[in-house]
Ligand binder design. Sequence first.
Ligand SMILES: [Zn+2]
Length: 387
Amino acid sequence: MTLINKNEFLALDSNTLIASEFEPIVVFARNSHGQFVHIDSVPNGKACDCTCLACGEPLVARQGSKKAHSFAHESGAECQYAIETMLHWLAKELFASRSYFVTPSHTISTSMDGPIRPINLSKVIPSMELQIDSVEIEKRVASVRPDILINVQGKEYLIEIFVTHKCDEEKISKLKEIGLSSIEIDLSKFKLNKVSDLEQVLFFENDLKTWLFDSKIEEARRALVAEAMEEFAKQEIEHNEVNRKRRVRELEQLVKQQTKNQQKISEDENFNEISKSIETEKKLKEIEKIKSSAQKNNWTEAQSHFFHLKNFQTLSYTTIDGGLDLFHGSMEFAYCKPKSGKERALEVFQELNIEFDPIIQAYSFHRSQLKPIIINLSSYSLGIRSL
Ligand SMILES: [Zn+2]
């Protein structure tokens, strides 16, 4: 398809209306020579000798004085793709005449949880001005038929113009498969009034254009992910170092605590030593008391000091004829002190050949004999009290 001659037609006048009251109208068609022509460059009515760019049906030129000039299908049919196809052609013609295209900028980002803090990286790939060598419309490339295909220094860029049909995932994955750099221009909500509006979209940076796929963007995305992984690894090292320091700190605290405990133990030992010596001193005092009582021949007092000194456990037996107190403890010897010395229960000691010690006024015996003594004493006992 040959390009139009700008001098011959009004096709590329920026002020050319392509909508009436912001509703798009068909103002371009194909003439009998296959050329892209504007409504005002052809004769009125059927004489225009034009066909629809989308369906190929004959058109009539309506160049009345009330409404904006436009083409209509001779059959009266409402052509679904007439406007969209016209925009494809118009864009193609504009590319051909200007020989450049401004790609959209693109922000790639990656986010992940790092060992210490979240990793959020992003990079802006700026828009570029592509110098177009050639432009083709609806040319099949592998398994896809892009709206517009531009050639830039041997590299093809696909341009999809979205008016009613957005490029779906299936098509995008095909584009990735082919490895074709692709851009979508979203005109679905954009009110085009004049050719200049479309020029604004094509030749300036704006939000209406987005990359569907580009190998350089994919490359940058991979690089960004690699950068994020590197940051992750750095954080991991940092995290391990922090952990190591924490463990060292914990160990130091543990050592400190243990040293403190050790000190406390030795302090306790000191305390025990001191207590022991106090205890010994006490005992010595008691012994002094026993000696002094014995010197005064006060045996009752001496005994009381003695039994106090030994720190005995006492079992007190009550018998029908008196009673007796049994003193025993952790010491090697135990003692039994009768109340009157005439108790029948004392037979137990005589049977065991245990002698009465007059100094302490008690029977003294080895603690191994305690058990049989207690058993035998129980038969004489009316009651036992533990003191
Ligand atoms: Zn049509």
